[in-house]
Write a protein that binds this ligand. Structure first.
Ligand SMILES: [Zn+2]
Length: 276
């Protein structure tokens, strides 16, 4: 009996002392998912700060130190965080579990931006819930309740997007950076071409000419560009064809689109200005 009481005191003492579960995430949408599901039980560290490019990020020493003590490293996968590949072992932390949230999602070749389809985001939230329960079984009930509540809000967002897009008169677009294929597949839009298929590599003059004539032939109205990437080539193509630049944000974490739901509503509004 005395041992049991001592144990209970120890366990509650740990919780009270703020011994939260340490979790690292790669990008802002995953930060939001972990906060929604984990609440106060979890201490989260975001690796790629708002405004930075997750395709070319370099991890900082302080972040390595966090990883050395973290229990979970939550990523998208599909090659997005290639710079994290050896980090888990380099952190010298055998307790660190890497959670790849895109597992089980039907991948589109060369596009890791799965979270931009809200129904994929639901699967990612479920993967995060399960990982938190594995790492902290005592929090199971909290994680399950939080995840269920949050998933219902994502599903409501999905319905909202679906309903709005169903009445749009234009469905085709060209993208500067190939991030929108999952969103397009879910809602019946069509990403006809990507201007910069690999981040950091400029398209050839021939490729630019091909996309320019494609836009003219199909009467495409929208070129999707992103706040994280300079739109230079896209600006030229827009000027030449009369197509409009639609400035989107696949990552968020900044004022006005701090969390995933407001981020997706921002993107929907931006698209709507040109495609509806
Ligand atoms: Zn991207």
């Amino acid at each position: 009996m005395r041992t049991l009481i001592a144990l209970l005191l120890l366990v509650t003492g740990l919780a009270a002392a703020g011994a939260e579960l340490k979790v690292a995430v790669s990008i802002p949408p995953l930060l939001d998912f972990v906060r929604e599901v984990g609440g106060d039980r979890v201490e989260v560290e975001l690796l790629v700060p708002p405004g930075a490019d997750p395709h070319t990020y370099e991890i900082r020493p302080a972040q390595m130190r966090f990883l050395a003590q973290a229990r979970l490293l939550i990523v998208v996968g599909l090659g997005l965080e290639w710079w994290l590949e050896d980090v888990a072992s380099a952190a010298g932390n055998p307790d660190l579990e890497v959670v790849v949230t895109s597992t089980g999602i039907e991948a589109i070749d060369g596009d890791p931006h799965v979270w931009l389809d809200p129904l994929n985001a639901v699967l990612q939230v479920a993967a995060i819930r399960d990982a938190l329960i594995r790492a902290d079984p005592a929090g199971r009930l909290t994680y399950e309740i939080n995840a269920a509540r949050y998933i219902s809000r994502i599903l409501a967002l999905h319905e909202e997007i679906r309903e709005k897009i169903s009445s749009w008169t234009h469905r085709e677009f060209v993208a500067l950076h190939g991030a929108w294929a999952y969103f397009a597949r879910r809602y019946g839009l069509k990403q006809l071409a990507v201007i910069v298929p690999q981040p950091g590599r400029e398209p050839s003059a021939r490729e630019v000419a091909r996309i320019t004539s494609l836009i003219r032939e199909r009467g495409i109205r929208a070129i999707f560009v992103e706040v994280q990437h300079p739109p230079s080539v896209a600006e030229l193509i827009a000027a030449e064809t009369g197509a409009a630049l639609v400035t989107l944000d696949p990552l968020g974490g900044v004022s006005g689109r701090e969390d995933y739901l407001s981020l997706m509503r921002y993107n929907l509004e931006q698209m709507e200005k040109v495609l509806r």
